[in-house]
Structure formats: structure tokens, C-alpha cells
Write a protein that binds this ligand. Structure first.
Ligand SMILES: Nc1nc2c(ncn2[C@@H]2O[C@H](COP(=O)(O)OP(=O)(O)OP(=O)(O)O)[C@@H](O)[C@H]2O)c(=O)[nH]1
Length: 571
């Protein structure tokens, strides 16, 4: 399809849409032209809608229905779907398919608020009003008619809305007076396709006159318009006119005209249609024959009147019943949908709740893990602190070597091992010489430096397995495992020389301190630390006495005489 074809098809279809309803010949030709063109899906639906509309106008139910249904249910354009639905409602009403008509009406009402095309909405309101009138739903029918009158699209007048309003009011028995509104409205029916609406209003006005005992006015109105109506070739309305004329003439006592109009009503009416006109025609005919005393003919028409009357009334109750049925169905469906929605909402909430629970569960686990991690961290921190304190508790604060208690513990362990493995050990005890003089001469800080430096120097000369401790003040002890007295003496000599050779503190290079040493061996004293200390202490005492800065070996005979450390060790 070229765009030229598209433009051509659009022009043809638009024109057909405009002339439909008043220029039959042109409409037919345009439709034929369009059918010969290759059309886009939208234009194909548009053409089908107009063919369906044409079939509806002709009362051709079988042709119109599939065309309109395919557009109403399948067209992509919502306005076309809406227009096809409106026309389909009309056609279903013509075909007495009331239930389906009301189902379509419900769809139409759903679509109505979203339809912006004012012409389409106007046509939809008209169909809704008409169908609701036929179902006995006069209030709703009136309300749609008033909508049409309130907001007619450009080019439209009060004409069509007023016609629907008038019909709803007449059928509802609410027509108390012929307001000037209707005259104004009929006068406004100037569009080519308005003629049929003006004529319908004439029929309603005539019916009003007859009901009010003013048959002459009815005859005048109807006869004045009958010719114009016949030109419209609208069979149902022509039949209605003739039926009303027949009634009016009968009421006027003009039996000949009454009969002629009644027969005309039957002749133009659609055979088999359950119209009021048909019923009126048979009624008039039997009454005319009755008045003329043609009892056989009267009886025959009476029977036909009864049948037509029953068919007409049955049709009215069928319409009303169908409306109730559909109304109930729609209510039930709505309730069902609401129930499903509620169920879905419950499911959604249940799901959301489950998710929340999972989230809460995860949060609990997270919090527990954090608590666990915190506990582990606290335990480790406590353990490390404990170890640090234990270490501090074992060390001498100034020099960093074993304090007295730890030395006693460590030395005791080494001696116990030596006793088990029968390996001798020795204990060296030493004490800085004239240390008080250092303190007194250079101050306590230099004294401390001197102590640290002496420990440092000794530490470098000791082995990893030796136990080195500060027993207090300026007194130190070294336990040498796996060692005999000669070796111990040599090691003590080494320590003594190292201390004497090193400056006490870098800040006073000429200050040298010496130390005196006492040595005890397990060979003399056994493996008891207490005895070793006493013997080494006595030897140290002798070293001091011997002039200091020397090493003296211990002797068990020394034990009672030693004043050093005795009290403390015993204690
Ligand atoms: N700076 C310092 N001095 C200390 C420390 N512990 C003990 N002293 C001092 O060490 C001195 C020990 O003096 P004394 O016991 O009289 O013996 P000495 O002067 O070394 O003389 P002899 O041992 O006989 O050679 C005292 O003046 C104590 O105050 C310490 O940690 N730092």
C-alpha cells in the first residue's frame, strides 16, 4: 500500500462517514470504492464498521452482526471499537437479542468516560438512552438524553437528545405537558440526518394528543408530516405514524380513514415485528368492524389483535427480564472480581509478611553474629591483657629480667629437672660494690641506669637456658643448669670482668662499677634452691670481705654465718 492509496482511502472513508444516514446513493458508491482499495488494518475496520452500520439501518441483522462484532472486539482504535459497540447495541435490539444488547451496553458504559471523541460519545449516549428506555430503565435513559442535550458536539443540536428525552418520558408515563422545549428541539432538527428524529418526536407528540383526548390535533400533526416521512423510507416509524393515525381517526369516529390507516400500518410494518403499531392496527380494525356490525371480521381481527397484543407485551417483559438477568450477571461478576481482588490482596500481604519474617530472621542472625564476634573479641582481649599482666607480674620493673618470685619458681623447676636427670647445676649470686656511693654521688637516676647497664652486660654473657633474676636492690642471681663448680666459677669470672670493663652509664664514661660474686653448686648443697642460696650468699659475703670485685666458691660450712638474704629466703 502506498501512502497515496492511504490518503485516497482516508478521503473516501471520511466522506462515507459524513454522508451516511442521509445520502444513501453516495454512501453506497463510496463503500464500494473503498472495498476495491487495499486498506490498512485501521481503514479495514473503519469500512467494516460502516458496512455494519448500513446493515443496521436496513434492519439486516445477519449481515450486520459479524461485521460490528469484529470491529467492537478486534479494532485497535478505541473510538472505532466504541462506535461499533454503540451500533451493535442498536442492531441487537432490532434483532431482539436483548441479553447480548445489555451486555454490550455495560461495555459501552465502561468505555464512555475514556472516549474523548465527542461525536462518538454522543452516538454512544443516544444508543444507551434508547436501549435503557426499551428496558424500562427510564431514569437512566433520561439522564443520557440530558447529557446529549447538555453537550452536543459541534454541528449537532438539541434535536437528538430531545427526541430520546421525549420518548423516555412518554414511555414512562411522565409526559404531563408538551413543553415548548420539544417544539424548539424539532425546529433545531436541521441536519440532514435529523429528519428521522424530528419525525419520531412528532409521533410522540401525536401519542400525547391521543392520550389526552385531542385526536384531531394528532391527525393534523401526523398528516402534515406523513409525506416527508415516507420519503425517508423508514418502515418502522411510518408504521407507527399509520397506527397512531388509525387510533386518532377511530376516536374521531372516522371509520373509513381509521381502517385505511390501520391497513397501511400493517402493510409497511416489518412482518412479524412485535410493535405497538401492529397491535394498534389490529385493535382499530376489530373495533371498526365491530361498529359496522361485521361480527365475523371483527372476531377475526380481534384474535389477531390478541396475538399481537400478547406478542408486544411479551416482548416488553422479555426486554425487561433480559435487563434484570444481565444486571444480576454483572453484579455477580463484579462481586466475584472484588472477592478475587480481596483474595489477591490477602496473598500479597501474606507474601509481604513472609518476606518481613525472613528479613527479621536475617536481622536476628546478624545481631547474634555481631554479639558473638564481640564476645570473642572481649575474650581475646581479656586473655591478652591477662597474659600481659602475668608477664608484668613476673618481670622486674626496672631491668626486665625475672623478679624474685619468678626466679624462685623458674630456678625451682630447672633444679627439679636436674635432680631427675642427675645433672648438676650451679647458682651465682652477685651484688654491685659500693652502690650506695653511686646513688649518693650521682643521684638515683644514674643508679638506675647503672643497674640496667649491669643487667644488660650480664644478659649478653648468659645462655638461653640460664635463669637470671633480680632478687632485690642491687643483688642478682643466675642459675646455670648442667654445670659443674669450675665451669660456674669461670662463668662468674666472665660476668665480673664484663661488668667491671663497661662504663656504668654512657653519660658518665669514667664511672665504672664492680660486683662481688658467690657461687654454690648442687654437688655441695643438693638440688634445693634454698640451700644453694644460703651457700652462695655466704660465699658472696666472703667475697665482699675479701675486698670486693672477686668471685668466691661456696662451702656448706658457710651456712650459719651468712647474714645475706637468710631472713628473706626463710621467710
Ligand atoms: N638507684 C637505685 N638504688 C637502689 C635500688 N635498690 C637499692 N638501691 C640502693 O642500693 C644501695 C645498697 O647499699 P648497701 O646495701 O649499703 O651496699 P653498697 O653500698 O652496695 O655496699 P656493699 O654492698 O657493701 O659493697 C642503697 O643505698 C639502696 O638505696 C634501686 O632500684 N635503684
Amino acid at each position: 500500500t502506498t501512502s497515496g492509496d492511504d490518503d485516497g482511502a482516508y478521503a473516501v472513508l471520511s466522506e462515507a462517514d459524513v454522508v451516511k444516514g442521509f445520502d444513501d446513493v453516495r454512501f453506497e458508491r463510496l463503500i464500494r470504492d473503498a472495498q476495491a482499495m487495499s486498506l490498512s488494518p485501521h481503514d479495514r475496520a473503519w469500512l467494516d464498521f460502516m458496512r455494519g452500520w448500513r446493515a443496521t439501518w436496513e434492519g439486516n441483522y445477519e449481515t450486520g452482526r459479524p461485521l460490528l462484532e469484529s470491529v467492537a472486539d478486534g479494532a485497535a482504535d478505541p473510538v472505532l471499537r466504541f462506535r461499533a459497540t454503540a451500533t451493535l447495541i442498536n442492531l441487537l435490539g432490532v434483532g431482539h437479542r436483548y441479553e447480548q444488547a445489555y451486555l454490550r451496553l455495560a461495555r459501552l458504559q465502561e468505555m464512555m468516560p475514556s472516549i474523548r471523541d465527542r461525536r462518538a460519545r454522543f452516538a454512544g449516549q443516544a444508543e444507551a438512552s434508547q436501549l435503557l428506555s426499551s428496558a424500562g430503565q427510564f431514569d437512566q435513559a433520561e439522564s443520557y438524553a440530558l447529557d446529549m442535550m447538555r453537550d452536543p458536539p459541534p454541528g449537532e443540536t438539541l434535536c437528538k437528545g430531545a427526541q430520546h428525552l421525549l420518548r423516555a418520558r412518554r414511555e414512562n408515563g411522565h409526559l404531563d405537558a408538551l413543553e415548548s422545549l420539544y417544539q424548539t428541539s424539532i425546529a433545531s432538527c436541521t441536519r440532514p440526518d435529523d429528519a428521522v428524529f424530528a419525525q419520531t418526536m412528532h409521533a410522540d407528540m401525536a401519542a400525547f394528543y391521543i392520550a389526552r383526548g385531542r385526536p384531531a390535533e394528532a391527525v393534523t400533526l401526523l398528516t402534515a408530516n406523513l409525506q416527508a416521512l415516507s420519503a425517508l423510507k423508514y418502515a418502522i416509524l411510518t408504521s407507527e405514524f399509520e397506527g397512531l393515525l388509525a387510533r386518532a381517526y377511530l376516536n374521531l369516529g372516522d371509520l373509513a380513514h381509521a381502517r385505511r390507516s390501520a391497513l397501511a400500518a400493517l402493510a409497511v410494518g416489518v412482518p412479524g415485528e412485535f410493535t405497538d403499531a401492529r397491535r394498534a392496527a389490529f385493535e382499530v380494525l376489530y373495533k371498526v368492524e365491530q361498529r359496522l356490525n361485521h361480527s365475523d371480521a371483527a372476531l377475526a381481527y380481534h384474535e389477531q389483535f390478541m396475538a399481537a397484543d400478547k406478542a408486544y407485551l411479551d416482548d416488553i417483559s422479555a426486554r425487561s427480564l433480559a435487563f434484570q438477568v444481565v444486571d444480576q450477571q454483572l453484579r455477580a461478576r463484579k462481586t466475584e472480581v472484588e472477592a478475587l481482588n480481596r483474595q489477591n490482596e490477602i496473598l500479597r500481604l501474606t507474601g509481604a509478611l513472609a518476606n518481613k519474617e525472613v528479613e527479621t530472621g536475617r536481622l536476628y542472625i546478624f545481631v547474634l553474629l555481631v554479639c558473638l564476634a564481640l564476645i570473642v573479641w572481649i575474650v581475646l582481649w581479656l586473655r591478652r591483657s591477662q597474659l600481659r599482666f602475668m608477664k608484668l607480674a613476673r618481670r622486674d620493673g626496672l631491668t626486665g629480667i625475672c623478679n624474685r618470685e619468678h626466679f624462685v619458681e623458674q630456678a625451682g623447676r630447672v633444679l627439679a629437672y636436674g635432680a631427675r636427670s642427675d645433672r648438676g647445676a650451679c647458682l651465682i649470686l652477685f651484688d654491685l660494690d659500693h652502690f650506695k656511693a653511686v646513688n649518693d654521688t650521682y643521684g638515683h637516676a644514674v643508679g638506675d641506669e647503672t643497674l640496667k647497664r649491669a643487667v644488660d652486660v650480664c644478659g649478653r654473657a648468659l645462655h638461653a637456658c640460664d635463669v637470671f633474676g633480680r632478687l632485690g636492690g642491687e643483688e642478682f642471681a643466675v642459675l646455670l643448669p648442667d654445670c659443674n663448680p669450675a665451669q660456674a666459677r669461670a662463668r662468674a669470672e666472665q660476668l665480673r670482668l664484663s661488668i667491671a670493663a663497661t662504663a656504668a652509664t654512657p653519660s658518665i664514661p669514667h664511672l665504672h662499677v664492680t660486683a662481688s660474686f658467690g657461687v654454690a653448686s648442687t654437688l655441695q648443697c643438693g638440688f634445693e634452691l634454698h640451700r644453694l642460696l644460703v651457700v652462695a650468699d655466704a660465699a658472696l659475703y666472703r667475697a665482699k670481705r675479701a675486698g670486693r670485685n672477686c668471685v668466691t666458691l661456696g662451702d656448706t660450712a658457710d651456712i650459719p654465718d651468712s647474714p645475706y638474704l637468710m631472713g628473706e629466703i626463710r621467710g
